[in-house]
Design a protein around this ligand. Structure first.
Ligand SMILES: [Zn+2]
Ligand SMILES: [Zn+2]
Length: 291
């Protein structure tokens, strides 16, 4: 009997251990997540984006990652920073609605901030305020009146040398805004992607200038794609997103063939920073992208 009790204890211990990825040695000192709003892979491929494309060549990539359904901005970014799908984060709206309160699950920022990590978010839309849990971010910037990619990148670059965040989300709204007006894949939207790539250059130049490029990992992704002048469906056009990772420890030129979801962005960020991944997470670290 005693032996059985011990065995049961061991099983329980193993189960508990399996539920939670333990704290590990950090693989990167800084993780920067850059989200191109409405970043449909085929339109990115067709746009002039030399900075992003160089990072694809130097990093690991899949053009076939999946966002959540419905494929909508606030729901998808909530999953990107919480590691759980809409069924768990329960965000169903897509506007800044103060009466709705904050995201009701932890975010990667609220998880790491109490452990001494510096965190920041540079957003292109007011609805991102729903992701700013009290005490989770050292800095939340919505550079109004025109929070376009250029303004967001400038805000990031100005603050980086002073704040030096360990975990940071940077959001470029332009491709989505222009997509709703002129259509996904329109010449106007391709210009918006090119301008977002110029903003990415500002971000990457700032990271280089701060002397932290060698210890950083940058994830380039999107909240959803789009078709005609909209998105939100479960069709591949709306759901397929890029997932590109560049930087310290990344397998150079790797093509990721396994499934990657937007929830995996959150799990990968925690893993890179050596932080435990909550059992509730739907996402997993994208181990295949790293040496
Ligand atoms: Zn969006
Ligand atoms: Zn949209």
């Amino acid at each position: 009997m005693k032996r059985h009790a011990l065995a049961r204890l061991a099983v329980l211990f193993l189960f508990t251990a399996a539920c939670l990825t333990a704290q590990t040695t950090p693989r990167a000192a800084h993780v920067f997540i850059v989200s191109f709003d409405g970043g449909k892979p085929s339109v990115i491929a067709d746009s002039t984006m030399p900075v992003l494309k160089k990072m694809v060549a130097e990093g690991a990539c899949t053009w076939d990652a999946k966002t959540v359904v419905p494929s909508i901005t606030l729901l998808a970014h909530a999953s990107m920073v919480s590691g759980v799908g809409p069924a768990k984060h329960k965000i169903t709206w897509n506007d800044w609605m103060p009466e709705k309160g904050m995201i009701p699950v932890p975010t990667i920022f609220s998880l790491v901030h109490p452990h001494g990590f510096t965190t920041a978010m540079y957003a292109g839309k007011p609805k991102f305020k729903h992701l700013n849990l009290p005490g989770s971010l050292d800095e939340f910037v919505l550079p109004l009146p025109k929070a376009d990619a250029k303004a967001v990148a400038a805000a990031f670059a100005a603050r980086l040398p002073l704040l030096n965040p360990d975990l940071c989300l940077i959001h470029f709204a332009d491709p989505d805004t222009v997509g709703h007006k002129y259509g996904w894949g329109s010449p106007e939207q391709k210009i918006a992607f090119a301008e977002s790539d110029a903003a990415l250059k500002v971000v990457m130049d700032a990271i280089q200038a701060a002397g932290i490029a060698d210890t950083s990992v940058v994830i380039l992704t999107a909240d959803h794609g789009g078709h005609e002048k909209t998105h939100g469906s479960d069709s591949p056009e709306d759901v397929n997103i890029p997932w590109i990772v560049w930087g310290k420890g990344v397998k150079k030129g790797a093509v990721l063939t396994g499934p990657v979801s937007t929830c995996d962005t959150a799990a990968t960020a925690l893993w890179l920073l050596g932080q435990p991944i909550p059992a509730e997470f739907d996402g997993k670290p994208v181990f295949a992208a790293f040496e």
